[in-house]
Structures are given as structure tokens and as C-alpha cells.
Design a protein around this ligand. Structure first.
Ligand code: SF4
Length: 280
């Protein structure tokens, strides 16, 4: 609570999303992977945290076309985060756990899947690693630290996977569940290509315009990540994981960089960055 008040007083967003590595553990068909993935240097992470005017309440490790479990330094990064925030969480696709990563002392694991049946998994990822995921989910749920949340991201092939999703959660004893729609990725780098969107579902946040390009239905509210910033694996600070290097960024850790980042909140809430137009 005291960190939240301190953040509010100083105007610092209460959450920080951190990308530990540009590498991934998914091996999805057609996903271009970097030959030499970049990992966030623990010293750079520490410098950013030291320069803050106040501590963030939450530090959340996540990927951007990447996965935290690909980072060899993940245990060290988690240890640094634990000493400097009230809550530490990891969001992952749940593939490639090792003994070291499965035992990490985090408050919350968020495991996200694009499908809950072998057929839809294969259709989306071009391989079938659902059984591996099932084993990992069980392991983290029964032996890991912290709360486990299971998320089904709905794409066109997995629109009918709800029942299988509930079964998957039940057999691992996971009770925190979420079902979200896949986000359009205009870069086409990830699953979020237009052909994968569950656009025909009445719950889809998107419809297609005359040119066949997805656009949001209605007028969205403010930024869903207004109170959060994003530190990428190269040690660069961004408004959110979706803004590219053409948008606002700060490359060097300093008090001034954090102060500049506080001004991004207004722009985020007005949805003035380019990717905001596709953000549900
Ligand atoms: S794309 Fe825009 S609306 Fe979406 S999280 Fe980023 S800043 Fe917020």
C-alpha cells in the first residue's frame, strides 16, 4: 500500500512490465526468431530500478514475440525484482520450464495458451506441444510458488475450445481462469495475423473495414495499460509493449528518463500512439 501511495504522489505508474529476453521457447511455425537473442542485463535492470523516483508496486516479466523462460538470467532478474517491488509475476506460454525456472519465488504465474485441443494448437502453432504444456501446468500448479492463472487467448481455430480449456484447468487444479480475444498484430509477426482472428464471433472486439483490415468495434475506453510502463530486453523504456521504436522511448536509465515517462500516461489515455488504434 505504501508503495502505491508513494507512486501516486510522485506520478509514477504503479506497474512495470519487463522483457527478460528477445528469445522464445515456442518454436511456432513461421515465427521469425532472432539468431542471437538479446537478454536483459541484470546490471542494466538494476540501474533502471535504482534511478526510479519511487518503487513500482508490481514488476511483471513478460515477452513481446518472446518468452521470459528463454532468458538464462531470469532467476537473477526475479531476485532483483523481489527486493524492489511488492509483487512479482511472470507471464509465459508455459513451454521450456527448467528446474530453476519452475521453482522461482514469484507471487503469480500467468500461463497463456492459444488453444486447448491438439487440433487447434497444431492449426495455430504448426506443432503440437499441448501435452508438454499440460505437464508443465500441473507441475507449476502443484509444486511452484505463487498463484497460477490460466489464460486462453481465443483465435479462429480455438473459438470452440472452451470446454477443453475448462477440463485442462480442472485436471491441474487451476481455478483462476481468463478467456481473452487475440489481439491484431499489424506487423504479422505473431499469431495476431488477420487470418487467425476470431472475427466472426459476436464477442470479437474487431470487425473488418472495406479493405479487409481489422478495426475496433465502437470507441474503446482509455489505455488498458495506462498505469504501466515497459522495459524491453535491450534496456529501453517504452510506454507499453506494443509501441515500437518509432514511438516514445528512453534508452538510458536516469531520474529524468522516468520523469519523461510519466508524461506518456496522458498520450496513452488519449490513445495517441500508432498501435493504440488496434488495442482492445
Ligand atoms: S497500444 Fe496504446 S492503448 Fe494499447 S496499451 Fe499501448 S499505449 Fe495503451
Amino acid at each position: 500500500m505504501s508503495k502505491t501511495i508513494s507512486n501516486m504522489v510522485r506520478g509514477l505508474p504503479r506497474g512495470l512490465i519487463v522483457e527478460p529476453s528477445t528469445g522464445c521457447t515456442g518454436s511456432c511455425r513461421g515465427c521469425p526468431q532472432p539468431e542471437s537473442p538479446v537478454s536483459l542485463e541484470p546490471n542494466s535492470f538494476m540501474e533502471w530500478l535504482h534511478a526510479r523516483p519511487a518503487d513500482h508496486t508490481t514488476i511483471h516479466f513478460a515477452g513481446k514475440h518472446s518468452d521470459p523462460l528463454a532468458a538464462t538470467a531470469l532467476p537473477e532478474l526475479v531476485s532483483i525484482a523481489r527486493k524492489r517491488s511488492s509483487m512479482v509475476s511472470i507471464s509465459t506460454i508455459g513451454l521450456g520450464f527448467t528446474d530453476a525456472t519452475a521453482g522461482l519465488p514469484v507471487d503469480r504465474w500467468i500461463l497463456s495458451i492459444p488453444a486447448a485441443t491438439g487440433e487447434s494448437w497444431l492449426a495455430l502453432r504448426g506443432n503440437s506441444r499441448l501435452q508438454e504444456f499440460r505437464n508443465n501446468l500441473r507441475r507449476i500448479s502443484l509444486e511452484g510458488c505463487g498463484m497460477v492463472e490460466l489464460v486462453l487467448t481465443v483465435w479462429k481455430p480455438s473459438l470452440g475450445d472452451t470446454e477443453a480449456f475448462l477440463e485442462l484447468a480442472a485436471e491441474a487444479g487451476v481455478k483462476n481462469l481468463k478467456r481473452v480475444f487475440g489481439r491484431f498484430d499489424p506487423g504479422g509477426n505473431h499469431l495476431g495475423r488477420v487470418e487467425n482472428l476470431a472475427i466472426d464471433s459476436p464477442d470479437s472486439p474487431y470487425l473488418l473495414d472495406e479493405a479487409g483490415v481489422p478495426k475496433l468495434k465502437g470507441t474503446p475506453a482509455g489505455c488498458p495499460l495506462a498505469d504501466t510502463l515497459f522495459l524491453d530486453a535491450r534496456g529501453t523504456l517504452h510506454p507499453c509493449p506494443f509501441c515500437s521504436d518509432n514511438e516514445a522511448l528512453e534508452k538510458n536509465p536516469s531520474r529524468e528518463a522516468w520523469q519523461t515517462s510519466m508524461k506518456w500516461k496522458v498520450l496513452k489515455d488519449r490513445r495517441e500512439f500508432t498501435p493504440c488504434r488496434w488495442c482492445p
